[in-house]
Design a protein around this ligand. Structure first.
Ligand code: S3P
Length: 187
């Protein structure tokens, strides 16, 4: 796989809801000295609406278009940054492949048990998981999406690691890939 130049080398965090993207993004960004951005928070600020109400008023397909446009077009000219993507980006055909041309796509892998435990505490604002039978719906989506996550980028297992440890490992991996370019910029 060709490695994109540092100018374009953002780090994209992908993974099932509850895998820790929003927690890890600022920790990795701090380690790398990059800015960080959460696409859900960005879209909410831009539209003045919560993700749940975008889903409710305009539907999932509309939300996916917003996500895709943001990631492929609007964030394009920005310098390298750490971007926490919404958990559903893997369902947009071709998007993760396109992100791989822009930088490093990291997939956070968490077990179903870990995800369920976290989502029980915080599924309220997630429209695709809101409502009764959380466990059954999470399990179904998890199984449906597993092959998509597996093919989306470099896999990092999250279970049993503190956010600090995991963020450090991901930042180290990025630095190893881009070491030469980073060295050039700082010397
Ligand atoms: C979604 C995940 C959410 C958000 C939207 C759709 C999904 O982000 O983008 O509710 O389809 O998995 P998180 O992964 O941050 O929960």
């Amino acid at each position: 796989m060709a490695i994109p130049s540092l100018q374009a080398a953002s780090l994209f965090l992908v993974g099932f809801p509850g895998s820790g993207k929003s927690t890890l993004a600022p920790l990795i960004a701090k380690n790398l000295g990059y800015d960080c951005l959460d696409t859900d928070a960005y879209l909410e600020a831009l539209s003045g609406q919560s993700i749940a109400s975008i889903f409710e008023e305009k539907g999932e397909a509309y939300f996916r278009q917003l996500e895709k446009r943001l990631l492929l077009e609007e964030l394009c000219p920005s310098p390298s940054q750490v971007i926490a993507c919404g958990g559903g980006v893997v369902t947009i055909p071709g998007l993760c492949e396109a992100l791989q041309q822009k930088g490093l796509v990291i997939v956070l892998q968490a077990s179903l048990a870990t995800l369920l435990q976290r989502l029980k505490e915080s599924s309220g604002h997630r429209p695709l998981l809101a409502g009764p039978n959380l466990e059954a719906r999470v399990k179904q989506k998890f199984e449906e999406r597993l092959p998509l996550y597996q093919g989306a980028g470099t896999q990092f297992v999250c279970d049993g690691l503190s956010p600090q440890t995991l963020a450090g490992r991901i930042a180290d991996h990025y630095k190893k890939l881009y070491r030469k370019a980073i060295h050039k910029i700082h010397t």
